[in-house]
Design a protein around this ligand. Structure first.
Ligand SMILES: [Zn+2]
Length: 479
């Protein structure tokens, strides 16, 4: 098919042909939508919950169904279902679908990621319709996985169908498709899977279709995710407990030392006071205090904490929370000077700072601020890397343009206060790939909750975005 390939390459250097191809992509997405929704509905009917207590046969059936949709595309050189071993065990992770097609004529290769497993449905009586019987009400398709993330799976498949429609099956773009089967159960074999299939997954850009849009009319590119450092902190002041009436007032109990130490973690306005924990500047959309009060259920009279724009505090500044405490309970309180107290510290760290550096800063702060010479112990440390997209990459520009053209409005650069842990693995294993975090969800999708749903207009625009992106990368040289 070299001849037709050359003919196309020549034709496509004409701007008119380019415009015509984009028109074909648009109509292919539009006309393909009923079939895409039907295929999505078939996937939603498979209860592919990846948690250990659920039947793995459903996840296997779901992998089979995805693989057969991918095989039917007819443009991949290889389509396989694979599992990787969970590190530190001999247990296999849940099955993923992996498909590859080599790039030709100097075109880039793009890796499309989504996951086909789902969260447990939760209580059936909280669902307005059966979680595994996809149901359309108004503009939305309801069902477990209808949005997170079987719609991400179908966005990839539908955009490849549109590309085939517009360009024929002989296009030059390199493609890899990785549809994971255990994202909702902690992606335990994800890093091993990346190592095992390193060559098949290697790409110039990676589209992670598992995030959210700003609203149903406005797309978003997720450009930052906070990381985390959590640890147990123990403070000791006495070798054994004593009666508070005997020595109280002359010796410090561990509770007093802990309270004073924890109080040094924040400034008076509630912002983080730990030297060496950094934030980064990000322009954030308008978000009012009323909206924050409403969404976070702030009680009347209680003020927000921190400073600067509200979303910046959540997306691009560190935060520290004490999430647990081992101390005598109120019911068992006696007049005793406690010799030791432990707490769990959970710090969210801003995009742009390495988790190891944040950990050092926190440990230094705690040791230097221990009052009364109290003994400090830190253990049970857990860290997760934050993510900050490199906005200067060509693929970032391409996906932003595709979003603008598909939605008719420019995308919002979004941050997320939490994390998508597997993205740190992608960054580590493929440091040169540009990672584009997109998605099919909106603020009402209720992923992980009862009545999860997909907005069908958002779905169409997300597919068109990806179709335009693939079409343009298929013509792109010099990446
Ligand atoms: Zn997801």
């Amino acid at each position: 098919m070299t001849d037709s390939g050359q003919t196309r390459a020549n034709t496509h250097s004409e701007p008119d042909a380019h415009g015509a191809s984009e028109e074909l992509l648009r109509s292919a997405v539009e006309q393909g939508l009923p079939r895409t929704i039907a295929d999505l509905s078939r996937l939603v009917r498979i209860p592919s919950v990846s948690w250990a207590a659920f039947d793995p046969a459903h996840v296997a059936a779901s992998a089979d169904a995805v693989a057969s949709l991918v095989r039917d595309l007819g443009v991949f050189e290889s389509v396989t279902i694979r599992q990787a071993t969970i590190p530190g065990s001999d247990i296999l992770g849940q099955p993923a679908v992996l498909a590859t097609r080599a790039a030709r004529n100097g075109r880039p290769t793009i890796l499309l990621y989504a996951h086909h497993d789902v969260q447990p449905p939760g209580k059936d009586e909280e669902w307005e319709s059966n979680p595994f019987e996809p149901t359309v009400r108004g503009d939305r398709l309801y069902g477990r996985g209808a949005a997170d993330d079987k719609a991400g799976v179908m966005a990839h498949i539908a955009s490849i169908r549109a590309l085939i429609e517009a360009e024929g099956p002989d296009f030059d773009l390199g493609l890899a498709l990785f549809i994971e089967g255990e994202e909702e159960f902690g992606s335990r074999s994800f890093a091993a899977f990346l190592e095992d299939n390193h060559d098949a997954l290697r790409a110039d850009a990676i589209v992670v279709a598992d995030s959210i849009n700003w609203d149903i009319d406005t797309p978003a590119l997720t450009v930052g995710l906070r990381g985390n450092v959590t640890f147990r902190l123990t403070v000791r002041t006495l070798a054994h407990a004593s009666h508070s009436g005997m020595f109280g007032g002359a010796v410090p109990d561990a509770m007093l030392a802990m309270i004073r130490l924890l109080a040094t973690l924040h400034n008076d306005d509630g912002s983080v006071a730990v030297e060496g924990l950094t934030g980064h500047d990000q322009v954030t959309p308008e978000y009012s205090e009323e909206q924050l009060r409403d969404e976070a259920a702030l009680l009347p009279g209680v003020t927000p904490i921190g400073n600067g724009p509200l979303l910046g505090r959540i997306w691009s500044q560190p935060s520290i929370t004490v999430t647990g405490i081992d101390a005598p309970s109120v019911a068992n309180a006696s007049n005793t000077l406690a010799p030791s107290i432990s707490v769990r510290i959970s710090a969210r760290i801003a995009p742009g700072q390495a988790a190891a550096d944040a950990r050092i800063a926190l440990e230094k702060h705690v040791r230097e601020n221990a009052p009364f010479g109290a003994h400090i112990e830190i253990d049970d440390v857990d860290t997760g890397e934050p993510f900050l997209v490199d906005a200067s990459g060509w693929a970032v520009t391409e996906v932003r343009d595709a979003m603008r053209d598909a939605w008719g409005t420019a995308p919002v650069d979004m941050g997320i206060g939490g994390s998508i842990p597997f993205i740190a693995d992608l960054v580590r294993v493929f440091p040169d790939a540009q990672i584009l975090v997109t998605g099919v969800e909106d603020q009402d999708s209720r992923a992980h909750s009862p009545n999860e749903s997909l907005h069908l207009g958002v779905f169409k625009r997300a597919i068109l975005t990806e179709a335009l992106l693939l079409g343009r990368l298929n013509r792109r040289s010099g990446h």
